[in-house]
Write a protein that binds this ligand. Structure first.
Ligand code: PFF
Length: 459
């Protein structure tokens, strides 16, 4: 199996992305996933629509983009896993590597609930084939989803199936294969979303759906909404927890990091917007509730397909492609603990993968059972599923983001940052770097801190 993520021993060539397009596709493969198709529509729906969208866009630009650039930059510089990168780059005796360590914790929490949502998507591939979910009757599509998530055995088995599937890919060493497949299938997902979006825009509720998505109502923007929007920006771009640092370590030295990052961010936003344009017209046409929560995608999408020609076939394709997108993202989440474990403890990648999957099988099951036998078990008023989502997106990733900004701007310094982002002076991007430096030094960390403290009710 190819060793793709470990820090290479001294003197040994380290695997890296080979082409500029490869870098873009792989990074996009981590960013685009259930976050666009499932999470973006439901949190936008639950938080009032367009006002939330606006805040999310601002968070992506002022927080997401600078942090993502910083992370990729550090990873490329050190060419190692998240913990080692910060150990190598920080002055001796300082604890910046804890950002990587907390990233491992975040990866576990995210993977626990993400693999459950992926489980629903995988189950829906089969339900789509059999045709039993194809209906534009809200009562029927809701009942079908409820039956799946309410059944502990099905929920657990599908989740473990997903974990085995991901483990199988990693163990067979076909990471390259999956990357190649993802590269080919992703464009098909774009096209399918475009077709679906066009169909949705012809539905009678389209105007209402678009108004919900694009006409802001500022009264709905509370401190909590700000925190959720910022958390979504972190989750979407896979930042604040070492994933992009790890991916940055595979970047080529001549890659233009700010430009590549801006492209990934734009493409990612585009996919989320498309998902919103598919979901919300359907919500208003078929009488669903925009604030339905995590079930939103699973109850609205079948209704859109039920209302279009060849809907059955397209629906199967949609869930297959969503499963592919989820797989790419899950591989990148697992990459963080697997590479740290392999890099720090000197164990093989295979062993590290097996250990992590075993742990996830146990920890993740709390999320599989959150909608059924453990539904009444609440910590801080949340089920395990909601708690893991909240702690990762609203606490760990933003906190990781703050410390990354502080490390880059205050410890690593402007000179090193300028050299790293200009590829040692070969790129003419001094102005961009200057803006980024000031953002990272003051604006971004202060914004994250304020939103976190306000959203968590500290003041
Ligand atoms: N960005 C992924 C998505 O939106 O589906 C989720 C994700 C992947 C989060 C990787 C965190 C991560 F490290």
């Amino acid at each position: 199996m190819k060793q793709t993520t470990q820090a290479a021993p001294a003197g040994q060539a380290r695997d890296a992305f080979t082409s500029s397009f490869g870098v873009l596709a792989a990074t996009l493969g981590s960013a685009v996933g259930l976050g666009n198709i499932w999470k973006f529509p439901y949190v936008t729906g639950a938080n009032g629509g367009a006002g939330f969208l606006l805040v999310y866009l601002l968070a992506t630009l002022l927080v997401g983009l600078p942090v993502m650039i910083a992370e990729i930059m550090l990873g490329r510089k050190a060419k190692a896993d998240a913990v080692t990168t910060l150990r190598v780059l920080a002055p001796k005796g300082q604890y910046w590597w804890l950002i990587g360590a907390f990233g491992v914790v975040a990866a576990f929490l995210i993977m626990s609930f993400y693999s459950e949502v992926a489980a629903w998507v995988f189950a829906y591939v089969f339900k789509a084939i059999s045709g039993d979910i194809l209906s534009s009757d809200p009562a029927r599509t809701s009942a079908a989803f409820g039956a799946l998530v309410g059944d502990p055995v099905q929920s657990l088995l599908w989740q473990w199936g997903v974990l085995l599937f991901i483990g199988g890919i990693l163990l067979l060493g076909v990471a390259k294969g999956i990357e190649a497949v993802t590269k080919k299938l992703m464009p098909i997902l774009f096209v399918l979303l475009l077709v679906l979006g066009a169909r949705s825009l012809m539905l009678p509720g389209a105007a209402q759906g678009l108004a919900f998505l694009f006409t802001p109502d500022f009264s709905k923007i509370t401190a909590e909404v700000l925190l959720v929007a910022m958390g979504l920006a972190f989750f979407k771009l896979s930042i604040g927890m070492g994933t992009m640092m790890t991916y940055g370590s595979y970047f080529r030295d001549d890659q233009n990091i700010p430009v590549t990052t801006a492209r990934v961010m734009s493409a990612d936003l585009f996919v989320s917007m498309l998902a919103g344009i598919v979901v919300f017209p359907a919500v208003f046409t078929f009488g669903f509730k925009p604030e339905a929560g995590p079930s939103l995608l699973f109850i609205t999408i079948p209704a859109v397909f039920a209302s279009m020609p060849m809907g059955h076939l397209f629906m199967v394709l949609f869930f297959v492609l969503s499963a592919v997108a989820a797989t790419g993202a899950m591989l990148s989440i697992l990459e963080v603990p697997v590479s740290v474990m392999a890099g720090r403890f000197g164990i093989s990648r295979t062993k590290a993968t097996l250990i992590n999957l075993g742990l996830l099988g146990v920890i993740g099951s709390t999320c599989a059972l959150s909608n059924n036998v453990l539904a009444h078990v609440k910590l801080f008023g949340m089920t395990f599923f909601d708690l893991f989502d909240f702690v990762s997106s609203s606490i760990l990733m933003p906190a990781g983001g703050i410390f990354l900004c502080l490390f880059v701007a205050w410890v690593w310094g402007r000179e090193q940052m300028t050299a790293a982002l200009s590829n040692d002076g070969s790129l003419q991007n001094r102005q961009v770097i200057r803006v980024l430096y000031w953002l990272l030094k003051f604006v971004t960390p202060v914004l994250i801190l304020l939103v976190m403290l306000k959203g968590l009710g500290v003041f």
